[in-house]
Write a protein that binds this ligand. Structure first.
Ligand SMILES: Cc1cc2nc3c(=O)[nH]c(=O)nc-3n(C[C@H](O)[C@H](O)[C@H](O)COP(=O)(O)O)c2cc1C
Length: 177
């Protein structure tokens, strides 16, 4: 049994990576693995490139990796009310290679931002779209005002937000156990 986590960001300082890594660290009963999407470099998706060169090996490698999981934890960064370019590019490639690439694997979907809205625009988009990619959304968690509510030493500071996070993680674990 394994839970794999990744963030929809290519920033080395990504707050969404920090949130995923913190979440994985909270899980003791199940093996966890952190995946960095920047380890799966991809060209910008285009139908001409797709027709001329087919699918990059990194798409197959990325999908083999995440599809080996029994549970997924994904945290999306928000750029201009939507996915980051890196995340959207990855999703576009994956969706062309296999429509339902999330394979019905139970997923905890999260998002955080420095602002008070907590990446809820991109979370709304993903809540609509991810099930079409075969995602089995178990829980959705938004952490607003990351810099006020999270420290590397403590993790989530705000008690209500921490409790809600714990509940979401528990829901994922209960689903796959
Ligand atoms: C191009 C750009 C657009 C952004 N647009 C938004 C936005 O629409 N909503 C938001 O909450 N934050 C926005 N931000 C701030 C990001 O939430 C912030 O940079 C955050 O750290 C991104 O997540 P990451 O650190 O995991 O990459 C934007 C940042 C950039 C660079």
């Amino acid at each position: 049994m394994k839970i794999i986590g990744f963030a929809g960001s290519n920033s080395s300082q990504s707050i969404n990576k920090q949130l995923v890594q913190f979440t994985l660290d909270q899980i003791e009963s199940i093996e966890t693995e952190w995946v960095d999407i920047t380890d799966y470099a991809l060209p910008v998706f285009g139908v001409d490139l797709e027709e001329e060169e087919g699918y990059p090996d990194n798409i197959k490698k990325f999908l083999d990796k995440i599809q080996s999981a029994d549970g997924l934890i994904v945290s999306l960064a928000e750029h201009n009310g939507s996915y980051t370019v890196a995340a959207k590019n990855l999703l576009d490639w994956c969706s062309r290679f296999q429509t339902k690439f999330f394979k019905n694997i139970p997923m905890l979907l999260m998002g955080t931002s420095p602002g008070g809205y907590g990446a809820k625009n991109v979370l709304g988009a993903a809540e609509q779209r991810f099930p079409k990619f075969g995602a089995n959304l178990i829980a959705i968690y938004s952490l607003p005002s990351f810099n006020d509510n999270f420290t590397p030493e403590t993790g989530i500071i705000d008690l209500e937000l921490k409790k809600e996070h714990e509940k979401c993680v528990e829901q994922l674990i209960n689903t796959i156990s």
